[in-house]
Design a protein around this ligand. Structure first.
Ligand code: IDP
Ligand code: MG
Length: 165
């Protein structure tokens, strides 16, 4: 039995990725899922929700003193569009997930990254990815803490995607 937050440093490392309301509104859910899927990562958690304010405040607790915090919480929770929360599993997925997401400010994000390909503004940067093993653990617990919300399963073709050596 794998803990819900996975096992960092192994092939069962896990990270929390979310398509934020602007990404959902713009029809980019499949684009984000597709990039992780094609890379070879495994989807082990998926939900669509308008997150409760408390959840988003906890998720962004480290930013609570920032001038944009209230606007950020409102944008995530106002229900103009939901959030798609995901847990992805695979080798180095926390760091690779951040690389695939791209820099926080899309104008600094490289083309080829999600932000570098699809957005222009730091306050509408369409996607979230955990930035460390600690935040992945916290965020997976916050968003997917309910029983059975993260699913352990194996690819039938695992040996063709992940080498043991
Ligand atoms: P990250 O999403 O790349 O981890 P953080 O610095 O953790 O970036 O900030 C979290 C989120 O807060 C950003 O993705 C963005 O939506 C929002 N944010 C960060 N800085 C600003 C800002 O200067 N103005 C508006 N929103 C911001
Ligand atoms: Mg962050």
């Amino acid at each position: 039995q794998v803990p819900i937050h996975g096992k960092p440093g192994t092939v069962q490392e896990r990270t929390f990725i979310a398509v934020k309301p602007d990404g959902v509104q713009r029809g980019l859910v499949s684009e984000v899922i597709s990039r992780f899927e094609r890379r070879g990562y495994k989807l082990v958690g998926l939900k669509l929700l308008v997150p409760p304010t408390d959840l988003v405040k906890q998720h962004y607790a480290d930013l609570s003193s920032k001038p944009f915090f209230n606007g950020l919480v409102d944008y995530m929770t106002n229900g103009k569009a939901p959030v798609v929360g995901m847990v992805w599993e695979g080798p180095d997925v926390i760091k690779q997930g951040r690389a695939m997401v791209g820099a926080t400010n899309p104008l600094s994000a490289n083309p080829g990254t999600i932000r570098g390909d699809f957005c222009l503004s730091v306050g509408r940067n369409i996607v979230h990815g955990s930035d460390s093993a600690e935040s992945a653990q916290t965020e997976i617990g916050l968003w997917f803490g309910g029983k059975g919300e993260v699913v352990d399963w194996s690819f039938g073709n695992e040996e063709w995607v992940i080498s043991a050596n």
